[in-house]
Design a binder for this molecule. Sequence first.
Ligand code: DSN
Length: 420
Amino acid sequence: MQETQRQALQATDPEIAALIADEERRQRDSIRLIASENYASAAVMAATGSVLTNKYSEGYPGRRYYEGQRYIDKIEELAINRATALFGADHANVQPYSGSPANLAVYLAFCQPGDTIMGMSLPAGGHLTHGWGVSITGKYFRAVQYGVRRDTGLIDYDEVRDLARKERPKLLFAGGTAIPRIIDFQAFADIARDVDAVFVADIAHISGLVAAGVHPSPVPVADVVTSTTHKTLRGPRGGMILCKEGHKSAINRAVFPGLQGGPHDHQTAALAVALAEASRDSFKDYAAQIVKNSRALAQAMIERGFELVTGGSDNHLILCDLTNKGVPGKVLSRALDQAGIVLNYNSVPFDPRKPFDPSGVRLGTGAVTSRGMREAEMKQIAEWIDQVSQKPDDEDRITRIAGQVKELCEAHPAPGILVS
Ligand code: DSN
């Protein structure tokens, strides 16, 4: 947080000011391996914390329901133009509040309640909003779910095709939250075309990799592409939808007035900044290093006897099944948090344990790569994870590692964190 903002907050609400300062220190001093998190730049956060939070702008550029839009329209047009240029899309809607609303807008654009939709199941690595039962998408639609192969942990495209032919979904989702490998978007597009489904690629996790060209893009082959904007894309919390020209008006009407009211203009401006950052050569280098780091971390973990779902990683994400280590995901993730290494416990495909106490952990390299860490640091992190996994209740060991983690973090300052 900038010094002037800090002083204003301190004067008005010292309690919240102190908690934010504590969180800034926590983020500064710990190794962030949560695959869906990153460090937004100071420029992105400056736009997020700007006067744009004061404005209402229901509608779209040139067609608003409130006056005073001359600068807001330019900001939203910049965000749209930067998104379409970066991803090579016909159209971008930059108003979704986050990834789940972006996906809900797609349902609203193409489906009626009760229609059949198809996506990857949550335990296999999909997202709640791809039809999982507890989500509105599993309650309001007839959701059919595909998974991964038990022997490889990979998507079985023949199984997806067979299921799609049998169930004839209106929407077919690809993408998810715990998929460590390249997704074959062309295969999904072919299946969707075969059954007359709308093909939706949810690239929330990998949008930074797609923007940089280090993961194949679904934009040429998908009807609609949804994403959050804060994971590997490294923007503000938010969502966006890219689509073909022919779907533009259905998508725009679904986002507003179908699902949302006024867009969050501060978020739109921050997204525009992030998209400008993501179009630079330095971001391409960053995204390539994310993948190198993920492969290096995966390899170092395998060498220490960890079993990885699919046996490795092609993107930013690693899913580790701890069954052979005899330590549940929750126990390891809690112990690692004490050691300053922050990740999340996660179900693995065919997990015999419950989602709130599963067999695995999920790791991601987007944030550590933003701190300039490289392959050597990934090996060191794997070593610490191994040491903690062997004795997750050894407080002396955890305290020693926490000190070493802090030293590593001091050598690799986190972007956007200015706390002293
Ligand atoms: N909760 C996000 C993640 O961690 O992947 C997805 O919504």
